[in-house]
Design a protein around this ligand. Structure first.
Ligand code: DI6
Ligand code: FE
Length: 408
């Protein structure tokens, strides 16, 4: 009987191992896979003499961990291209939100759309990511804002895990904005989330984490704090949309609750950065939203780097502020707009993105004991993943050790 299910040889491997210099490269490498997991990795010269059911020689191709998109709002009804046009004519995102458009227009569309249709539209976006080597995607709710629709979105997200073959993590974002039913009473809506939506979500095991939008146009730090306490009581980890348009103390708040991640962070202060460093909370940078909103203040990348905060990058794929279905483009933007190096960009969509989802033990690097989520590329060097815009040089994608076809 063969020891291994699949053996990849003659590969140049960027393991992205924590602490390893220069992408953690192994030249002339091999990866042995068994039961969907990495069983052995190293130089071909050291490969133990064992049998494999299937062997693939990769002719010196580059291999990296499969990519991870750790912040998306991929499930939603309709789209907002018309709002985008209005913004180009000078109307601000906040003004559109104040007149009941913005997030609330997607809420109306999502409430009115059936599960099948929501699923199929999201699946197309998911496949676009998979074609770029993405194996793991986080999907948030937050366009329902009532019990039925929040649960509907999370059910669709869970189902996408089965239908797409990708690893899907789901996040309850009921605290995205105040719904019309609770207009002018954000506190009562927070109570409703704590008393009704959170317990139902947990009872049906529909969410892996809880998120909130901490912003002047949504919820303040005190309201988010109450929600997070409720989530903690039910054993759920938290993440936060923090300090995107103003410094609302979001990073400090996320750190206080040991959040998995604090996301956006354009206006985060030095104290906020230090709080993230002390709590081990990952920073998730979202350059697609920064670009689309034509923002001018980039997140404090140097401070994050100097303080040792893990920095991830994601698409934030959503119909309002980041209609971005390309993780490669997010990497390209993170380097051009925020000054991240190509190696930081690759770490940001592999090792650090896994950390931002609490999956650091499962995926995000190529190491023994992790799931065999592997991307194989037609590239001279993995720095090109950040350099090219609009090129998709994926040769093959393995998810849990199996060759995955994004276009079945
Ligand atoms: N993520 C969000 O949830 C909001 N901004 C962001 O970056 C708003 C999304 C929307 O306008 O629909
Ligand atoms: Fe977002």
């Amino acid at each position: 009987m063969a020891d291994w299910d699949l053996l990849l040889t003659d590969a140049r491997i960027a393991t992205m191992r924590q602490g390893a210099p220069d992408y953690g490269v192994i030249d002339g490498g091999a990866i042995a896979i068994r039961g969907g997991m990495i069983d052995w990795i190293g130089s071909v010269a050291d490969l133990p003499a064992r049998g494999a059911t299937e062997t693939r020689a990769l002719s010196g191709r580059w291999v990296t961990p499969a990519l991870i998109d750790c912040h998306t709002h991929l499930v939603f009804g309709g789209q907002r291209a018309e709002e985008y046009e209005r913004r180009l004519r000078g109307v601000s995102y906040e003004d559109i939100a104040a007149e009941g458009g913005g997030i609330l227009s997607t809420v109306r569309a999502t409430r009115a759309t059936g599960e099948e249709e929501l699923h199929d539209a999201a699946l197309a976006r998911l496949r676009a990511l998979a074609r770029e080597g993405v194996a793991t995607v986080e999907i948030k709710s937050g366009y329902g804002l009532d019990l039925d629709t929040e649960l509907k979105m999370l059910r669709v997200a869970r189902r996408l895990g089965e239908s797409s073959g990708l690893n899907i993590r789901t996040t309850l974002l009921a605290a995205h904005t105040v719904p019309p039913e609770f207009a002018n009473d954000a506190d009562a809506y927070i109570d409703f989330i704590i008393d009704e939506i959170l317990p139902a979500t947990v009872a049906q095991d529909l969410a892996d984490a809880v998120d909130a939008y901490c912003e002047a146009i949504a919820f303040d730090a005190r309201q988010v704090e109450r929600l997070f306490a409720g989530a903690r009581d039910l054993g759920l980890r938290v993440k936060l949309h923090a300090d995107q348009l103003s410094d609302g103390g979001g990073a400090e708040l996320a750190a206080r609750f040991g959040a998995l991640s604090a996301d956006h962070l354009e206006y985060t202060s030095q104290e906020g950065v230090q709080a993230l460093a002390d709590s081990g909370t990952a920073a998730v940078l979202l350059p697609g939203a920064y670009l689309t909103l034509n923002e001018k203040q980039p997140p404090p990348v140097r401070e994050l780097r100097d303080s040792g905060v893990p920095v991830a990058i994601a698409t934030d794929c959503n119909p309002g502020t980041s209609p971005l279905c390309s993780i490669h483009f997010a990497m390209g933007l993170a380097s051009r707009l925020f000054g991240l190096t190509p190696e930081e960009c690759l770490a940001g969509v592999t090792r650090e993105a896994a950390r931002a989802l609490g999956l650091g033990h499962d995926c995000g690097t190529l190491e023994v004991g992790k799931r065999a989520d592997v991307a194989i590329w037609e590239l001279d060097h993995p720095r090109e993943l950040t350099y090219w815009l609009g090129l998709h040089p994926l040769s093959d994608l393995l998810i849990a050790g199996r060759f995955f076809s994004p276009n079945p």
